[in-house]
Design a protein around this ligand. Structure first.
Ligand SMILES: Cc1ncc(COP(=O)(O)O)c(C=O)c1O
Length: 413
């Protein structure tokens, strides 16, 4: 019997469908990347894998890292593995390190460094605020560190910091520059050589749009030299980057393996993930770095226009807004966790809350890899608006989507 009731339908995400990942990583995978994992196992110590799979990926990644003089090392793990492996390969107990902390991931680096025994000086910046470069310069002059670390794109606050300028200051004072590009590489212009990033650390699951599971580090000659000068070997057998150089990189590129001789990786590589990463990197280069950065910039601008039209505010200072992660203040009286839960239940779109000190006041949305596009941004804004209205927020219906559409329509990519 058809019901005569006019109660509104309660929408919920269809049980059988999968959720859309608009969190700041892991992010959605292009279909060819998913398909690349659908194949039989391969022997990871076979020369066929070394020469025909892993090596071409590392060489292709050099282009994404924008390094000619450096090498790219790909290891099983995640962004944290890249951070820890870089730290333990370079730092000896007592080495002075300045860690620039602008959010949760700067704090992470500080914890990693402290565990390795570094003499850490934390250079703290208020979350969401720019770095005072004059103050930083003075601190570098005072501490005279062996190295300085920076999170290029602070995922906890949706901010991007001026790595080129900071690299110049760090190198000008003779220190090593360690750059965390976990949520920026392949989405925002990252120039390893030009910026003097001696170690450039990232993971596979964000703007590269590959599955989670790979730690990727760009290592340049000053970093190799600093590792060679160590008094004692790094304590890790698997993640000491110098062991990777000696076992993996051919002599003609500064390594220790005679050209043409069999090579090995200090750890058994996950071959399926390696294949997937290879396809992801191929897609990045086929799109072209310049186009990819512009696409991320336009998608971020469209998202922010939507936020603005919904009369919401961004958390960070307007001068350092990220093109890959947006951190948005929730309206007074609305809990970020309630927004995330309802949006997931109703629309199957997953976004994140802030972290630590901003967990109860902000939302974080990733627009990385393939999600930096109208296909993902427009439904996310629409779902966010409907969710907020359901929770009692008042704004003009459709305003966010409409403002974002206008940006996408006007963009010449
Ligand atoms: C800037 C930054 N650094 C480090 C990490 C840690 O990376 P992972 O979660 O891949 O271990 C993350 C993760 O979100 C990050 O955003």
């Amino acid at each position: 019997m058809p019901s005569t009731k006019t109660e509104p339908i309660k929408w919920s995400a269809p049980q059988a469908s999968r959720e859309i990942l608009m969190i700041p990583g892991p992010t959605e995978l292009p279909f060819p990347v998913i398909q690349a994992m659908n194949q039989p196992p391969m022997i990871q110590y076979d020369q066929n894998f070394d020469l025909n799979v892993l090596e071409p990926i590392n060489l292709a990644l050099k282009k994404v890292f924008q390094t000619e003089r450096g090498e790219v090392i790909t290891m099983p793990g995640s962004g944290k593995t890249a951070l820890e492996s870089s730290a333990l390969s370079l730092v000896e107990p007592g080495d002075r390190v300045i860690v620039i902390v602008t959010g949760r991931f700067g704090m992470l680096m500080q914890e990693v460094m402290a565990r390795i025994g570094a003499d850490v000086t934390e250079f703290s910046v208020e979350w969401g605020q720019p770095i005072d470069l004059v103050k930083l310069t003075k601190e570098i002059e005072r501490v005279k560190p062996k190295m300085v670390t920076l999170v290029h794109n602070e995922t906890s606050t949706g901010t991007t910091y001026p790595a080129a300028e900071i690299g110049k200051i760090v190198k000008g004072h003779g220190a090593l520059f360690l750059l965390d590009t976990v949520s920026s590489l392949a989405g925002i212009d990252v120039r390893t050589d030009e910026w003097g990033a001696d170690l450039n650390m990232t993971g596979s699951q964000k703007c590269l749009a590959a599955p989670i599971g790979m730690a990727i580090v760009g290592v340049t000659p000053p970093a190799w030299e600093a590792m060679e000068r160590r008094k004692h070997k790094a304590s890790s057998w698997v993640y000491d980057l110098l062991r990777w150089r000696d076992a993996w990189i051919p002599a003609s590129r500064g390594g220790r393996v005679p050209d043409g001789a069999p090579r090995s990786q200090p750890i058994s590589m996950p071959t399926h993930l390696t294949h997937a990463l290879g396809v992801a990197v191929r897609l990045v280069l086929e799109e072209g770095l310049e186009q990819r950065f512009r696409r991320h910039a336009v998608a971020a601008r469209a998202f922010r226009a939507g936020i603005d039209a919904m009369r919401l505010q961004m958390f960070p200072d307007a001068s350092i807004l990220s093109d890959t992660v947006s951190c948005v203040k929730t309206p007074p009286g609305i809990e970020p966790a309630a927004v995330v839960k309802l949006m997931r239940q109703t629309f199957g779109i997953l976004i994140g809350t802030g972290l630590d000190q901003t967990r109860a006041t902000t939302l974080r949305i990733g627009h990385m890899g393939i999600t930096a596009s109208p296909l993902y941004i427009l439904p996310t804004l629409s779902a966010l608006e409907m969710t907020l209205r359901e929770l009692g927020y008042r704004c003009e219906a459709g305003a966010g989507v409409s403002a974002a559409q206008a940006i996408f329509a006007g963009a010449t990519a």
